[in-house]
Write a protein that binds this ligand. Structure first.
Ligand code: ADP
Length: 258
């Protein structure tokens, strides 16, 4: 998209010419469109659980729910409010990622410790879903923004557990070469169909076939991962086969730290 700006050049009473400026506004328009789409999506995603919550609460208040069904209704209200909380947290993370670029603190971070922390905080969730969780690697340091690395690792591991099968497994492997650190998260879950593999990193994109509606989520997790890894000057590579599993590899340049 090109925007045309024309200004006449006037000397005394006479118009001597014109300055014509052609400005490429494609990127600006794309950014505005993305922002508009983002707000529309957030409003929609907020409305859905809120409508359920107020609907359930209203019929309970009107005494239309049998005593024995009350726990079930309360459970639905709880589940929907958890979804709302998750959404609000993800949106906060995204807006911080969009705005805070300049105020990041870079420091030597032990990548193994970050992965181990994610492992520890997800252990219970994995157990409750009957998914086996493994971690393999040694202490290794790189120059990073700790919170970004934590968010990226946590989100990838969380997905690997969420989209897994009963008795499945998630393995976190850490390796390093002289110049690079790699974190690989491999799961034995539902996999991602080929046609969706590029799109899962878009904000709010969720794969229908992975029963994501029942599983719960906001479609923001992987877009946060991509953004965070990019800010850390790394890259994300996704390999997946439907019905077999997914492997996500995050690679980071190793800036030398002692
Ligand atoms: P969500 O909050 O839905 O998990 P994400 O952005 O983290 O959002 O992921 C986008 C979609 O990609 C998910 O809804 C799911 O369909 C798919 N997905 C992500 N990770 C995996 C995985 N490890 N295995 C299978 N599907 C996955």
């Amino acid at each position: 998209d090109i925007q045309l700006i024309a200004n006449p050049v006037i000397r005394g009473q006479k118009t001597e010419g014109a300055v014509i400026l052609l400005v490429n506004v494609t990127e600006k328009l794309e950014r505005e469109n993305l922002r508009r789409e983002f707000s529309a999506n957030v409003s929609h995603e907020l409305k859905t659980p809120l409508t359920s919550i107020s609907g359930f609460a209203e019929i309970m208040q009107d005494g239309l729910v049998k005593e024995e069904d009350i726990p079930q209704f309360a459970g639905r209200i709880y589940k929907e409010s958890q979804r709302l909380l998750q959404l609000v947290e993800d949106v906060i993370q995204i807006s911080q990622l969009d705005e805070e670029k300049t105020s990041y603190t870079w420091e030597p971070v032990d990548v193994y410790q970050v992965c181990k922390n994610a492992f520890e905080s997800l252990k219970e969730k994995a157990q409750s879903m009957n998914v086996h969780l493994y971690i393999c690697g040694d202490s290794m340091k790189m120059e990073a923004v700790r919170t970004l690395l934590e968010e990226a690792v946590y989100n990838v591991c969380d997905n690997a557990i969420k989209y897994n099968r009963n008795d499945g497994s998630v393995s976190i492997f850490l390796t390093q070469t002289a110049h690079e650190i790699q974190i690989v998260v491999k799961d034995t879950g539902v996999g991602i169909p080929r046609e969706d593999q590029d799109r899962v990193f878009e904000r709010f994109y969720r794969v229908d076939k992975s029963h994501s509606k029942e599983i719960g989520g906001t479609g923001l997790g992987l877009s946060i991962v991509k953004h965070a890894v990019g800010t850390l000057k790394g890259s994300v590579i996704l390999q997946s086969e439907e019905g077999c599993g997914t492997e996500i590899c995050m690679k980071f340049p190793k800036t030398h730290v002692e």
